[in-house]
Design a protein around this ligand. Structure first.
Ligand code: 8YV
Length: 319
């Protein structure tokens, strides 16, 4: 018997999502996985009105152009730097993301990396496990409390990071592209000026073309030999070559990194450095947050297919 064409909306899954999102989505939509060689061989390409993608994968111009019926790109993440917004606008495609629900966990990760780095938690764990402790104490570490923390990018996540650091009796400074209302936190005119003042530089700025290499060699060197750098934003926001050079030469003391220029196959030189704490892009990766992110992706899809206002649009469709 020939297959009866389905009248359910077709949704292209560009990146995998947890089963707790897939199962309810499968009840309503025909989910189509993007083939590993791209959209070219997709039979249903002309019927796909919405796609779901991760922050890391996004949707490039070739994918957008290959889907003539596309009207919605739902990003499972707050960062939409990998979505080609120009191509999306050209085709009048709406874009949604998952802001707010991940702010707390990503901010927590910035603190976790800072503490792990300064207090050498990972080294301490290895030291205790190896039995080395029996032969003497581990070398002393550095404080976080009372230090000067500079935040690059004072958006929702940057502010949440600042609030957390305030609990550590730190002085807080920041650089932000646009001015912020006056507060007890000190504003700096450039990332380099902020780094020259700070002991710990936390990068929380959005990714994308505007911020590639924003934390450059000058900024990294300005931090100084005792300086620590923590990145929970995107690998692109720091000049990674300059960062590796500074870590190798001791121009800065260390780095806590949740993101890398190339993920997951990050630069192997990081693995050889003893002054880094590496995290495999775990900022939003808790059960509760991933469930909330998935719910928001599903809410955006549902609203789109019902013709209602999108709950968390980055870009709306022009009518
Ligand atoms: C996710 C992220 O790792 O929100 C973002 O921009 O980078 C992360 O929360 C990713 O999008 C989940 O797939």
């Amino acid at each position: 018997m020939p297959a009866v064409p389905s009248s359910r909306p077709k949704v292209l899954m560009v990146s995998p999502m947890p089963e707790w999102d897939i199962a309810p989505m499968r009840e309503v939509y025909d989910l189509i996985d993007l083939p590993s060689d791209g959209p070219v061989g997709l039979d249903a390409a002309g019927e796909i009105a919405a796609l779901v993608t991760s922050g890391g994968r996004g949707a490039d111009a070739a994918l957008i152009e290959a889907l003539p019926a596309l009207e919605l790109i739902a990003v499972y993440g707050v960062g939409y730097d990998k979505v080609d917004l120009v191509a999306a606008a050209r085709r009048n495609v709406a874009v949604t993301n998952t802001p707010d629900v991940l702010t707390a966990d990503v901010a927590d990760m910035a603190l976790a990396l800072t503490l792990a780095l300064a207090r050498r938690i990972v080294d301490g764990d290895a030291f205790a496990r190896s039995g080395a402790w029996r032969n003497g104490a581990m070398p002393l570490t550095g404080s976080v409390s009372g230090r000067k923390v500079g935040i690059v990018g004072l958006g929702r996540i940057g502010e949440a990071i600042g609030r957390r650091f305030a609990g550590f009796d730190t002085e807080i400074g920041y650089w932000n592209r646009s001015p912020k209302p006056p507060s007890a936190w000190r504003a700096f005119p450039t990332p380099a000026a902020l780094a020259a003042w700070a002991d710990i530089l936390v990068v929380a700025v959005a990714g994308g073309g505007d911020t590639i290499g924003l934390v450059d060699a000058e900024t990294i060197e300005a931090l100084g030999r005792d300086g620590l750098i923590v990145n929970i934003s995107r690998g692109t926001t720091i000049d990674e070559e300059a960062l590796i050079a500074a870590l190798e030469s001791g121009a800065i003391a260390g780095a806590g990194l949740d993101v890398f220029r190339s993920e997951p196959a990050f630069d192997p030189r990081f693995r050889r450095l003893s002054n880094v704490v590496l995290s495999p892009h775990q900022g939003s990766a808790t059960m509760a947050t991933r469930q909330a992110m998935g719910a928001l992706v599903r809410a955006n899809l549902a609203a789109y297919f019902a013709g209602k206002d999108l709950p968390t649009p980055v870009v709306r469709r022009a009518l």
